[in-house]
Design a protein around this ligand. Structure first.
Ligand SMILES: [Zn+2]
Ligand SMILES: [Zn+2]
Length: 125
């Protein structure tokens, strides 16, 4: 079981088992939602994930719902109707982010040119 929480601690989540995948995301929307040059997602089947506390949902584009803590605004998740039985949790909100290792770079085409990581993972446009 993996657990995580927002900065103020009122919003918590648990995820059972192991993730389906772990991916960096370099897209401009994630950059804004997280106020970071790159973010990282840990994907689980939705029925493996439970939330407690007040979570605010935000439709960032058609069919895409992001969520964050209703009080401190820490981003916690991304969901899309194109993968409606899955949820992507932001790696940075986990209690033990070191448990997950990214496998790929998504939306690398949108990455900030001065930003890169030292790895040989595949880079998808
Ligand atoms: Zn919070
Ligand atoms: Zn993204």
């Amino acid at each position: 079981m993996h657990s995580g929480h927002c900065l103020c601690g009122q919003l918590r989540f648990e995820a059972d088992g192991e993730p389906q995948w772990v991916s960096y995301c370099h897209c401009a929307s994630c950059r804004r939602h997280t106020a970071s040059p790159v973010t990282c997602f840990v994907n689980f089947k939705s029925d493996r994930v439970r939330f407690s506390g007040d979570r605010t949902l935000y439709e960032s584009s058609a069919g895409v719902t992001r969520s964050h803590c209703a009080i401190c605004a820490t981003p916690v998740s991304y969901e899309t109707v194109s993968r409606d039985d899955e949820i992507d949790l932001y790696l940075n909100a986990f209690d033990n982010p070191q448990d997950f290792k990214p496998q790929i770079h998504a939306f690398f085409e949108e990455h900030i040119p001065w930003f890169d990581t030292q790895d040989n993972l595949p880079r998808e446009p």
